[in-house]
Design a protein around this ligand. Structure first.
Ligand code: 16G
Ligand code: MG
Length: 572
């Protein structure tokens, strides 16, 4: 590394004294904590993004967001050239950059890592796109990120403004594919492919009378704001999209609103109530990479939740049907049948009833640990990989070879069977591949796909919800002395450290071991329970599922007590 580069790094680093005390780690979704503690970490994340751009010679993304966390938090994460999450083998470097105790240590760490990764500091121009959500702390953190990026010679920070997280990921991907990559292009692509899908659907299906409205909770954040823009561009006549909590009405980000609140608390978000009974409602999270649907209850306070598992199931049903239409006729002209491998990816949080349902559809279901990066990576291994977390993160990935085949098939059908259902199926699948965000789960594009499929099938939200019945479940969090003491395996379904706790959980969950004393019935029929350290909060999470709500609650409570006993009570 040249002297000019060293002194530039040192002179900028002294302006961002390292965080004292709290040690941040690049968790499931980047660095995240109280915004007032983040300037030095975001500056260093800027350096990291610039180094990644130098290494890959590609456009890199940096997003300033804390998603569904409270408004006073913020965070930062990096998007790789494909628009996916930062490569996992760079995460330890991210941690050590954030933890470097002085500018000298920081410089030494960068030099060593650059040598190891063979990063050349040749001053060639590389770009880092910076996007941020609507948090008030975003502007000052943006300045810190810019200075971090600017302290690597040749790296240029491009402020792309306030965006949803998936928009930024999409723009990074598009920039590296040399396609149109502005925010306007994103909206254009979504609206064009949605209209194309709706045209192919409206031609052949019944009308969806009474189901032509969706009311969307924008979490008082960037998603609501952007949905209003998208709605203008879509200019729909047959679907009314009403946006509430758009962020323009003055409500507080994520406070009593948003997908995380709705999914965890199972109550309507603020601004929704009895006037919405029977109407299809949806909720986005604070940076619009999560989507859940729900209906408002007429009496009880609990909503009917249609979560990520059900969105996944709807997508899977649709894709499977379209593929079977497409493959119905043997391919007379070429005999070229493509063996399309569909894979579904879930986490341990997926409701057991959804997994059963997907398996009954004949689909291959795979489990990964929590966090988009794990699910996404697995989904890339299929021709069509559909992944969702129950909390509403997810998307559909199409492999390049499959898309090439589909394109060729469509061309062929347009000469031998133009306008046939078979050709329409090819066109519908092509439209889906353009509508759905290939970089990361995207609540806006996901919502448009849900709407198109419901319209195609003539389904109400209730019909959709009836695909299967969720097993009752309960989630709890437990504050412990050190959450990193818990190490899990098998997609987080098993604790390997500390010893013996898994046996205790098994004993509690075990259907045959634990009998209800009075009626000799299993205490937790169909019980399933796991614990895992949170990647975003300083807690251990407990998830329990059973055939009754009481049993699920009781199992979760018992296991929470075990966690407390084994790991010690943390201060709150
Ligand atoms: C982050 C993850 C999400 C995961 C959640 C779990 C991304 C983009 N986001 O929000 O996938 O479900 O963390 O949170 O990866 P937890 O570790 O606190 O339970
Ligand atoms: Mg989010």
């Amino acid at each position: 590394m040249e002297e000019a580069q060293r002194s530039l790094l040192l002179s900028s680093a002294v302006r961002f004294p390292p965080l004292e005390g709290a040690r941040l780690s690049y968790g499931t979704a980047g660095f995240r904590t109280d915004a007032s503690l983040l300037r030095s970490t975001v500056f260093r994340a800027g350096i990291l993004a610039a180094l990644r751009a130098l290494k890959t010679r590609s456009v890199i993304g940096l997003v300033i967001t804390a998603s569904h966390n409270k408004v006073s938090d913020n965070g930062v994460k990096i998007a790789d050239p494909t628009g996916e999450m930062l490569s996992q083998d760079w995460e330890p470097f991210a941690d050590s950059l954030a933890a470097a105790p002085s500018p000298d240590h920081l410089l030494k760490g960068i030099i060593e890592f650059a040598e190891f990764e063979k990063i050349e500091f040749d001053g060639r121009k590389v770009e880092v796109l910076i996007g941020r959500d609507t948090r008030p702390s975003g502007q000052s953190l943006l300045e810190a990120a810019k200075l971090g990026i600017g302290s690597i010679i040749g790296a240029v920070a491009v402020d792309v403004g306030i965006l949803t997280t998936p928009q930024l990921h999409w723009m990074v991907r598009a920039s590296n594919c040399s396609t149109q990559a502005s925010e306007f292009d994103y909206f254009e692509q979504l609206s064009r492919s949605f209209r194309c899908l709706m045209d192919l659907i409206l031609g052949g299906s019944e009308s969806n009378e009474g189901n032509d409205k969706v009311v969307v909770d924008g979490a008082n954040g960037v998603g609501g704001e952007k949905l209003l823009v998208l709605k203008e561009m879509l200019n729909l006549k047959d679907l009314e999209i009403e946006v509430r909590n758009s962020g323009r009405e003055g409500g507080v980000l994520n406070e009593g609103v948003g997908a995380d609140f709705v999914q965890k608390e199972k109550v309507v978000p603020s601004g929704f109530g009895p006037q919405d009974v029977g109407i299809r409602c949806a909720s986005l999270d604070g940076d619009a990479d999560r989507l859940v649907y729900f209906t408002a209850p007429s009496s009880s306070s609990k909503i009917e939740l249609v979560d990520g598992d059900k969105i996944l199931s709807l997508f899977a049903v649709f894709i499977k049907e379209e593929l079977s239409i497409l493959n119905k006729e043997p391919d007379a002209s070429t005999g070229d049948d493509y063996q399309c491998r569909i894979g579904v990816v879930q986490t341990a949080y997926a409701n057991g009833a959804s997994t059963d349902y997907l398996k009954r559809l004949g689909l291959e279901v795979f489990f990964t640990p929590t966090g988009v990066k794990y699910l996404h990576q697995k989904a890339t291994q299929y021709d069509i990989g559909i992944y969702f977390e129950a909390n509403g993160h997810g998307t559909i990935l199409f492999s390049e070879p499959f898309l090439r085949w589909l394109d060729a098939k469509n061309n062929e059908l347009s000469s031998v069977a133009k306008g046939s259902e078979q050709q329409k199926a090819a066109l519908r699948l092509l439209a889906v591949s353009k509508l759905i965000n290939p970089a990361v789960g995207d609540a806006l594009s996901g919502m448009l796909l849900v709407e198109a499929i419901l319209r195609h099938k003539g389904w109400s939200i209730h019909r959709w919800s009836e695909l299967y019945h969720d097993l009752p479940s309960k989630q709890l969090k437990v504050k412990v002395v050190d959450r990193t003491a818990v190490v899990t395996a098998n997609a987080e379904t098993e604790v390997v450290k500390p010893p013996s706790i898994q046996e205790a959980i098994n004993a509690e969950t075990g259907t045959f071991a634990a009998y209800d004393t009075c009626c000799l019935k299993a205490k937790y029929p169909q019980g399933r329970c796991f614990i895992r350290p949170s990647g975003t909060e300083d807690v251990i999470r407990v998830y329990a599922e059973a055939s009754t709500q009481d049993a699920a609650d009781s199992l979760a409570n018992s296991v929470a007590k075990l966690v407390d006993k084994f790991l010690g009570h943390g201060s709150s």
